[in-house]
Design a protein around this ligand. Structure first.
Ligand code: SF4
Length: 939
């Protein structure tokens, strides 16, 4: 194999990856997104290429089948459902892991030929609110900025965005810029995250008060002369109404009036149904008749900062500092992601942010603008082809008859569906209610990741026909009638688009295992089997891309910013060699697209942007009907080294060492009030489900709030996914679920026995135990608790034998201490530890998990047998705790020790001594946190 250039499949940063001849991976120095860097997940990509657990053959009712048999059956069931119940009785649920070509084929098939818009994607959970906010403000779903803005800005505001963990390479670019020229960083986040730890200012605002905070900022900007009326007059509308809403709502809410009644879409100006006719980059679009005359209509008095601070639950001085920095800094970039989007008011949050940039004219110039960063690698590509149920391909719109006619003409069909389809949560509600008769799910795991996952599982069980295409078995494939083996990251050929509109090639560098095939191929096969032979007869992904590129220019004439028609004439070799390139790229473009909208030219009928009034609803202040019984707000989100439902990263042992199991983060004060301590098991009850999580104390949690990671599934814990406990609340405009604010009750769980189990098998433990599993190089580490008393004597030994699951001729070494309630068993086979079990009545009597891991598979000389279970192989000095640096396996304890003993004062010094932080750099924010924590003794 020669060297290959491809793109990381994880997050929306879209880093270029070089796969070397020896199979190792490195950051691509030539890729503009990362310039050679990779984070811990990207750096571990080579370790995900183990095909042992892959799906390699089609399965029908669990039995291997040929592709022809499987696809014929799928086509027959879809045809039957459509004929009997109409096109809206079938649906696709897809993924931001799809390549653009996969997405294009799926969307063309469902919306163009089947005649339904029931195609949605897990990107609905990620950035649908940003899409809706962009369309309301700009007329089209467009990110105006570019990554260089992270370096050009003087002030970067990160809202609901833990970039240090979730977009690490972009965060490193920001930290490098700060080191070079002192960029100020402000973080708005209820949690003191790794990103917040390193910020100049952290504003721990109460959940879902962002709209109030940015309304307050807008009013402050107006009151302090920071509104650029000349720019607004030329390029935007709605300032007056938006200022009125911003200035008035907080005061009204504080006066007890609650949510203003003018919340209909039209009143908020969100029906942006027009388009300008000039090119977006000409700066010529836009009527000159200003409607917002500041002299005629002075802005209402802004609400007092104290009022906003009280609403947001933050220090007024801190808030005023932020407002003053924002007002006084021309180059200000506001970056936002899931903390903004995953909310019942996500779309309003986006527009409240965008309003501040439009009002100041700080958009589209170096270092300034609103910047939505996407969670998934190809969320943007999915948006380009209409992968969401409420979008059409190439940024065309359902509410525009001209768009629908143009798209139908391009595809050669009579008509397109007249209205949007079902969005993710409502799609699975329709499945559960029996309205969907045939469902195709691909590259996503809704049985774990969607809110109220138990109901999703019910829906899958009730659906007459479920097809799931994926690379690995998941909790969703387990519930499918037909499972189709999909090609994975290393085998797929196509393109992805990152958060700055940059299209990159994802190139295959090895063959799919067994009979696995790319998603575009499967969907095209379905289209052909349903009778549309010509329309789905591409020779390969390059041909699909050309059609997608040509469509972007079709009937466009500058009406839509998304235009890559310059790429429509690439031949196969040209497409294969395509270097990363940013749109827009209309036919004849001399260079790639850059920043947008500095000179207006918005894709609306009058060429002007819309400031959208976002009256704050006051929901955070009103007593929530569920809060009395469920006084906590449960927030869910990502960890640094895991990805989605862990199908890839969960199989890489070194990525498990940073966080070894799902934990519930609680403020120490809350934990103490509940009788909980670090390591205790807590019960989390919501209206949707009850789950169990081990507690960790975090001073960075706000009181009455808890955080749990989104990644763990049935395959890794008996408690199942946290998604099952998340409520069904969603943004009324975008349909995006509010994944960060589920009311919950938290209580301690009595535990009768604590246990650790080392063994080869990953099979679930059963026996009524609560357990979590951590994959190791040599096997598995289970950590478990007995919630009921265990049987004594022989029955306990029987249970131990069942858990150890050893060979029949294994030899057991045992150590029992009845007084302390301790039992330890090591099973030896061929002179090495085959499995080991540690049981203890008290949690403190268990060895440190990190210290026992090396036992598995270790040879045990006769002389060492007496010491094996006596505790000397796993005492405190052997335990090193969680790994901070995944690349070099450096633990938190080792970093603390080195700081003290060597007098280390910065991360570079830690890197010189321990190498931590010198490869991917993902751990640097945590190294800085440890540096702040550890006091170096005076010399
Ligand atoms: Fe991949 Fe990390 Fe880059 Fe995201 S930041 S694309 S996860 S290497």
């Amino acid at each position: 194999m020669t060297e290959h250039r491809t793109t990381c499949p994880y997050c929306g940063v879209g880093c270029g990856v070089v796969v070397r001849a020896d199979g190792s991976v490195a950051g691509d120095p030539a890729h503009p997104a990362n310039r050679g860097r990779l984070c811990s997940k990207g750096a571990a990509l080579a370790e995900t290429l183990d095909d042992r657990d892959r799906l390699t053959t089609p399965l029908v009712q669990g039995e291997p089948a040929s592709w022809d048999a499987a696809l014929d059956l799928v086509a027959a069931r879809f045809r039957e459902a459509i004929a009997t119940h109409g096109p809206d009785s079938v649906a696709f649920y897809l993924s931001g892991q799809f390549l653009t070509e996969d997405y294009y084929v799926a969307n063309k098939l469902m919306k163009g030929f089947i005649g339904s818009a029931n195609i949605d994607t897990n990107s609905r959970l990620c950035m649908a609110s940003s899409v809706a906010g962009h369309i309301r403000a700009f007329g089209e779903d467009v990110v105006p900025g570019v990554y260089e803005d992270f370096e050009d800005a003087d002030l970067v505001v990160l809202v609901g965005s833990n970039t240090a963990w979730c977009h690490p390479v972009l965060h490193q670019r920001l930290l490098a810029a700060r080191a070079a020229h002192g960029t100020k960083i402000v973080v708005l986040d209820p949690r003191r995250t790794a990103t917040a730890e390193g910020a100049d200012l952290h504003i721990p605002l109460a959940p879902d008060t962002d709209v109030a905070l940015f309304n307050g900022l807008l009013a402050y900007l107006a009151a302090h002369g920071a509104v650029d009326h000349a720019w607004v007059d030329r390029h935007a509308t709605g300032l007056e109404a938006t200022l009125a809403a911003a200035g008035a709502t907080a005061a009204r809410v504080m006066a007890g009036e609650g949510r203003p009644s003018t919340t209909c879409d039209a009143a908020r100006g969100e029906t942006v149904d027009g388009r300008h006719t000039a090119g977006h980059d000409t700066g010529a679009g836009g009527a000159t008749g200003a409607t917002d005359d500041p002299a005629a209509s002075p802005a209402p008095a802004p609400p007092a900062i104290d009022t906003i601070a009280a609403i947001c639950g933050v220090d007024p001085e801190v808030l005023e500092t932020f407002y003053a920095w924002f007002a006084g800094t021309e180059r200000v970039l506001t970056v936002y992601s899931q903390g903004v989007n995953q909310s019942a008011s996500g779309t309003d949050k986006v527009n409240a942010i965008v309003n501040c940039h439009l009002a100041t004219g700080r958009i589209g110039r170096p270092g300034m603008g609103p910047f939505s960063v996407t969670g998934q690698p190809n969320a943007m590509g999915g948006r380009e082809v209409g992968g969401l149920a409420n979008q059409l391909a190439a940024h065309m719109r359902f509410d525009d008859p001209d768009d629908r006619a143009a798209l139908a003409g391009f595809w050669g069909v009579e008509a397109l569906p007249a209205r949007p389809g079902l969005k993710a949560v409502e799609l699975f509600e329709a499945v559960r209610e029996g309205r969907i008769k045939a469902l195709w799910i691909a590259a996503t795991n809704p049985a774990d990741s969607l809110p109220r996952a138990a109901l999703v599982r019910e829906a899958l069980a009730a659906c007459p026909f479920v097809v799931v295409a994926d690379c690995w078995p998941t909790d969703t494939t387990d519930r499918a009638h037909v499972v189709l083996p999909a090609a994975g990251w290393s085998e797929k050929d196509g393109t992805v688009t990152n958060s700055e509109r940059r299209i990159s090639r994802q190139r295959p560098f090895r063959a799919p295992p067994g009979e696995a095939r790319p998603d575009w191929w499967m969907l095209a096969e379905l289209g052909r089997r349903l009778g549309w032979t010509e329309a789905f007869a591409w020779s390969g992904p390059a041909a699909i891309f050309r059609e997608h590129a040509a469509l972007s220019g079709h009937a466009n004439h500058g009406r839509r910013v998304f235009d890559i028609s310059a790429l429509a004439t690439l031949d196969d070799a040209g497409w294969d060699a395509l270097a990363p390139v940013r749109w827009p790229l209309p036919a004849g473009a001399a260079s790639e697209g850059g920043r947008l909208f500095a000179q207006g030219g918005f894709p609306t009928r009058d060429g002007r942007a819309r400031l959208v009034p976002t009256p704050w609803s006051g929901q955070a202040e009103r007593p929530h009907p569920a809060r009395a019984r469920r006084p906590f707000l449960l927030n869910t989100g990502r960890l640094r080294d895991q990805w989605h439902t862990m199908t890839r990263t969960g199989a890489v042992p070194r990525l498990m060492t940073h966080t070894t199991e799902p934990r519930l983060a609680l403020h120490p004060g809350d934990a103490a009030a509940l009788g909980l301590e670090t390591g205790f098991l807590a019960r989390v009850e919501t209206e949707a489900a009850t789950t169990l999580l081990r507690v960790e104390l975090r001073h960075g949690q706000r009181r009455s709030e808890a955080f749990a990671p989104m990644h763990w599934t049935d395959r890794f814990t008996s408690a199942g996914p946290i998604g099952q406990a998340v409520h069904a609340l969603r943004d009324p405009i975008s349909g995006q679920p509010a994944l960060k604010s589920t009311p919950a009750r938290i209580s301690p769980v009595p535990v009768h026995l604590h246990g650790l189990l080392l063994r080869r098998s990953a099979e679930p433990l059963g026996h009524g135990l609560h357990w979590t599993r951590m994959p190791l190089d040599e096997g598995q580490l289970f950590r478990f608790e007995a919630l009921e008393p265990l049987p004594p004597g022989e029955a306990l030994r029987d249970l131990a034998a069942a858990l150890l699951a050893t060979e029949e001729d294994s030899e057991w070494l045992e150590l029992a201490d009845a007084r302390r309630g301790v039992l330890r068993i090591a099973a030896l086979h061929d002179g090495a530890v085959e499995a080991a079990l540690f049981l203890a009545r008290a949690r403190e009597a268990l060895p440190d998990p990190a210290a026992v891991i090396p036992m598995l598979g270790a040879p045990v000389p006769d002389a060492a047998r007496p010491r094996l279970l006596a505790g000397r192989l796993y005492d405190r000095t052997a335990a090193e705790g969680p790994r901070v640096c995944a690349c070099f396996g450096v633990s938190r304890d080792a970093v603390r020790h080195a700081i003290v003993t060597h007098g280390l004062r910065d991360t570079a010094a830690i890197g010189r001594v321990l190498r931590a932080g010198t490869n991917c750099g993902s751990c640097i924010p945590e190294l800085e946190e440890i540096l702040r924590d550890v006091r170096i003794p005076a010399a």
